[in-house]
Design a protein around this ligand. Structure first.
Ligand SMILES: Cc1cc2nc3c(=O)[nH]c(=O)nc-3n(C[C@H](O)[C@H](O)[C@H](O)COP(=O)(O)OP(=O)(O)OC[C@H]3O[C@@H](n4cnc5c(N)ncnc54)[C@H](O)[C@@H]3O)c2cc1C
Ligand code: SF4
Length: 414
């Protein structure tokens, strides 16, 4: 018997670490997951019940950082290069949730697949000077069966034929799409009038009871919140299945600071971490899996001066780049109801001949846009902060509906 603590130690319990844990534990490997954030998701002891700590509370999640990291307690810093000195900014820098489940509990789970071309951009579109455009070593055809497996594993609601620009797929989604948001019932026909192709977004939120979890009730506190009823396809299901094998141990509030190496300096032997009291511990394992997310994994590697033979660790990172176009209506869209976004459109991801002419006339060989989300304001406080309420805006959307009844917390119901 070896003196190892586990065969595998995983750093991070987000969608990446949890998926790995589920598969490894099912195959009989012993696993320890170390997560620096708190555990609000699942009891780490049998019977591994879902915790009941999430709520529709905008102050708690958005302004008091329930899913962490709290920029006051765990400030992040930023600099462009060493010439900037130690830092040019302290506070929020792309804070990604630090909690059991990682970004999963607070993401709203829009889960479209990559298209075939995404795997071969260099061959299909060509190089761009100053950018590292590369082909993947695998194609869509290699990944397609695994996309299906993941969609069934976490529970994705969608319609296979909804998006005319999507890649082919073998199996249907495990659930039909959920209800449309009111705002989307207005923006979708408007987009269609312009010749665009909005579609019901494949979403990691149960539209019907699935995998022992209830159907989403469209509470609306979805993006940036944990789901109070666990209808979301966050890592809860993956972690529970891993824990239920008896091969998995989950340690929250365990911040990995060091990758332990053997005498050659090339082989990992485990990791060291600080617990919530600042005490140092070591976990010895055959394999170390780094699943700390796109920021923290490179940071941990660079901090440990682990071999960076490609020189690429931490380079070329583009993180959730979003451009917002905001429009106002003379009545409430009730956008605090629904799954934050229910419709997407991919038209701008497929450049037209006109787009390519525009690119070339601006000195680029080509460009592509991204997915467009049809969404609304994220919450009542957010909306009130950014949209001054006037007599005009107080006209209720239900003047447009059949009942005219209004529903709480409709501000027009006076
Ligand atoms: C507001 C928002 C909305 C989103 N919506 C969507 C969406 O609709 N669809 C979609 O596909 N994606 C969405 N995402 C992105 C998605 O959440 C991430 O891509 C996903 O969570 C990445 O998973 P991961 O496991 O790689 O990393 P993460 O989810 O970031 O998990 C990494 C975990 O590792 C932990 N960790 C890091 N370093 C250490 C350390 N040193 N020691 C111990 N633990 C550590 C972190 O605390 C974290 O819990 C959204 C993200 C945000 C922020
Ligand atoms: S909208 Fe649905 S999936 Fe999202 S938090 Fe509410 S109940 Fe959960």
């Amino acid at each position: 018997m070896s003196d190892l603590d586990a065969q595998i130690v995983i750093v991070g319990s987000g969608p990446g670490g949890s998926s790995f844990a589920e598969v490894a534990c099912a195959a009989g490997w012993s696993v320890i997951i170390l997560e620096k954030g708190s555990n609000h998701l699942v009891d780490a002891e049998p019977p591994y019940a879902a915790k009941q700590e999430f709520s529709n509370d905008e102050l708690k999640f958005i302004y008091r950082h329930f899913l962490g990291p709290d920029p006051l307690v765990e400030p992040r810093t930023y600099r462009r290069s060493t010439a900037d000195g130690e830092r040019i900014h302290t506070g929020v820098v792309n804070n990604v949730p630090s909690t059991v489940g990682g970004g999963g509990p607070h993401a709203d789970g829009k889960l479209p697949r990559f298209r075939e071309e995404d795997f071969n951009l260099l061959s299909e579109r060509g190089p761009i000077e100053g950018a590292d455009v590369a082909d993947w070593p695998i194609d869509y055809v290699d990944l397609e069966p695994y996309y299906g497996e993941v969609e069934r594993g976490i529970g994705v609601a969608g319609a296979a034929d909804a998006n005319p620009l999507a890649a082919w797929r073998t199996d249907p989604y495990p659930m039909p799409p959920g209800a449309d948001m009111f705002g989307a019932t207005l923006s979708v026909p408007a987009a269609e009038k312009l010749g665009l192709h909005p579609y019901r977004a494949p979403t990691g939120a149960n539209s019907v009871p699935y995998d022992g979890r209830p159907a989403c009730n469209n509470c609306g506190f979805c993006s940036e919140y944990g789901c109070p009823i666990h209808a979301k396809g966050d890592p809860l299901a993956l972690l529970r299945r891993a824990l239920q094998t008896g091969n998995c141990e989950l340690r929250a509030e365990s911040h990995v600071t060091e990758i332990l190496l053997d005498a050659s300096g090339r082989q990992s032997t485990g990791v060291a971490y600080l617990d919530h009291l600042g005490q140092r511990h070591e976990v010895r394992a055959d394999y170390v899996v780094l699943a700390g997310g796109a920021f923290e994994t490179p940071r941990l590697l660079l901090h440990n001066e682990v071999a960076n033979s490609s020189g690429l660790i931490g380079c070329n990172l583009m993180f959730h780049f979003q451009t917002m176009v905001v429009g106002g209506f003379a009545y409430s869209l009730h956008s605090h109801r629904g799954r934050s976004v229910t419709h997407l459109q991919d038209d701008f991801m497929v450049p037209t001949a006109e787009d390519l002419v525009a690119a070339r006339s601006n000195g680029l060989p080509w460009f592509r846009g991204g997915t467009v989300e049809h969404g609304g304001a994220l919450g009542p406080v957010f909306e009130a902060t950014y949209q001054p309420v006037t007599d005009t805006t107080l006209r209720c959307a239900h003047q447009r509906c059949a009942t005219g009844s209004g529903h709480s917390p409709c501000r027009a119901k006076t």
